[in-house]
Design a protein around this ligand. Structure first.
Ligand code: G3P
Length: 226
């Protein structure tokens, strides 16, 4: 499944509101809005729902994490092969809620590259974002942890983290796409992020916790195209 930029990634995390049928419903809304506005929207459901969602919608599906272990005797681990077989075309790595050592991240990126899986490495600040871009993932998403789930957006509270991350990553790894996330709540947050040079946003609670996810996602998509 092809990605295009700018894009929106909806991280389902482990919210009950994104699990099972509810998660599928969100993916269907995302597909509808993606078609309506010509915007790439990626969903990152909980592992158990990857297959069902991948079979039912034709938008890119990511995993939220993957382990570096190869197939074999590694009980309880999630292999890149397994998410691919279930229908994912990529994965988040090193989310603030699932941090990893840098040598492990390198191994995962390389395993995913070999399987043609796209990678989006999350970073908590500009310096880490710059360093991780040397691993040449498809994307780096910079997210200040203290703003995650806060309703206060990175683009309002910490615009410098977006601007500095874009500048420093593009200076050493120009092919890496730079995204941002944390607290993105309304269209203006997305619009500002794009103005600051971000090539997309990573969002969670604004969609998961909304009574009307379609309305908010539409607002995000419109902001992305302006
Ligand atoms: O992965 C996206 C995420 O960490 C941002 O969460 O709830 O602030 O949109 P939220």
């Amino acid at each position: 499944m092809k990605l295009s930029y700018p894009l929106i990634i909806i991280n389902y995390k482990t919210y009950l509101e994104t699990l099972g049928k509810k998660g599928l419903q969100i993916a269907k809304i995302a597909e509808k809005i993606s078609l309506e506005y010509g915007v790439c929207i990626v969903v990152a459901p909980q592992f158990v729902d990857i297959r069902k969602i991948s079979e039912e919608v034709s938008i890119p599906v990511f995993a939220q994490h993957v382990d570096s272990y190869p197939p074999g005797a590694y009980t309880g681990h999630i292999t890149p092969e397994s998410i691919k077989e279930a229908g994912a075309c990529g994965t988040l790595i090193n989310h603030s809620e699932k941090r990893l050592r840098i040598d492990i991240i390198e191994e995962i990126v390389s395993r995913c590259n070999n399987l043609n899986l796209k990678t989006c490495i999350c970073a908590n600040n500009t310096l880490i974002a710059k360093a991780l871009s040397l691993l040449k993932p498809e994307m780096i998403a910079v997210e200040p942890p203290e703003l995650i789930g806060s309703g206060i957006s990175v683009s309002k509270a910490k615009p410098e983290i977006i601007i500095n991350s874009v500048n420093s990553i593009k200076s050493i790894s120009p092919s890496v796409h730079v995204l941002c996330g944390a607290g993105i709540t309304e269209g203006i947050d997305v619009k500002k992020a794009i103005e600051f040079g971000s090539e997309g946003v990573l969002v969670a609670s604004a969609i998961a916790k909304s009574k009307d996810p379609e309305k908010i996602l539409k607002e995000f998509a419109i902001a992305l195209t302006k």
